[in-house]
Write a protein that binds this ligand. Sequence first.
Ligand SMILES: Nc1ncnc2c1ncn2[C@@H]1O[C@H](COP(=O)(O)OP(=O)(O)OP(=O)(O)O)[C@@H](O)[C@H]1O
Ligand SMILES: [Mg+2]
Length: 228
Amino acid sequence: MITFDGVGHRFGDRTVLRGIDLDLRERFVGVVGANGSGKSTLARCVNGLVRPTSGRVVVDGLDVGRQTARVRRRVGFVFPDPAAQIVMPTPAEDVAFSLRRAGLSRSQTTARVEETLERFGLAGHADHPAGLLSSGQRQLLALASILVTEPDVLVCDEPTTLLDLRHTRRVAALLHGLPQQVLMVTHDLELLGGLERVIVVDEGRVVADGDGPAGVATYRALMEADAC
Ligand SMILES: Nc1ncnc2c1ncn2[C@@H]1O[C@H](COP(=O)(O)OP(=O)(O)OP(=O)(O)O)[C@@H](O)[C@H]1O
Ligand SMILES: [Mg+2]
C-alpha cells in the first residue's frame, strides 16, 4: 500500500506537486496527465528519488523520507528510457548483476537468469550486446532486471512509450500477471481504460481519481479543453 499524505514539492521556486493525498491499495493503479503535470515527480516520491518539500509518503508502513534504504529494497522503479537502467553489456549479465546481493550460488544465479530471460521473451538474446537489442527488447530487459529482485511494489514511469502495439500488450500482460502492487504512469489510453483505478494529475494536483474509463474521460476532457 502506498500513501501520500499532504505531499507537496517545489523545484526552486516552481511548485510541481500540491497537496497530494492518496491511499493506493489496489493492485494496479494508473497515473495520467499532461506533459509537465508532475506525474514523474509523484512516481519518484514513492522510492525517495524525489524528497517532497512537504508531507510524506509511506510504502507498506515504511516512511520513504526516513527509511529510504529499506523502501528502495522493496520498491522497483522502471524509468521511461531503459538505456538508463541497463548497466551490463549483455542481458544475461544484466539480470545476473541484479542478483549479486541475493546470496545465490553461481549455478543458482545462472538458473534464475535463464528462467527470467525465458519469461521475458529474451532467451534467444542472452549473450547479445544489450545495446543492439530493439527498444522493445531493452524495455523488457529493464523490467526483467528489476523484477528478478522480487520487489514488493513496482513503479513504472511510462514503461511502454518506446514500444509497438505488440510489445506494449506483452508488457501490459506481464505487469497484470505480477503479484506485486504496480503504480504505472502512462499516456496509453488502451492500458489505462482497463484499470480499476486511475489518478489524473494536472498542474501538480489530483484532479480525478476513479476507475479506468472515468480517468480516461477526464484526461481527454483536459486535453481537449487545453487545445481550445
Ligand atoms: N530536477 C528538476 N529540476 C527542476 N525542475 C524539474 C525537475 N524535474 C522536473 N522538473 C519540472 O517539474 C515539472 C513536472 O515534471 P514531471 O517530470 O514530474 O512531469 P510529467 O508529468 O512526468 O511530464 P511528462 O509527461 O512530460 O513526463 C516540469 O515543469 C519539470 O520541468
Ligand atoms: Mg514524466
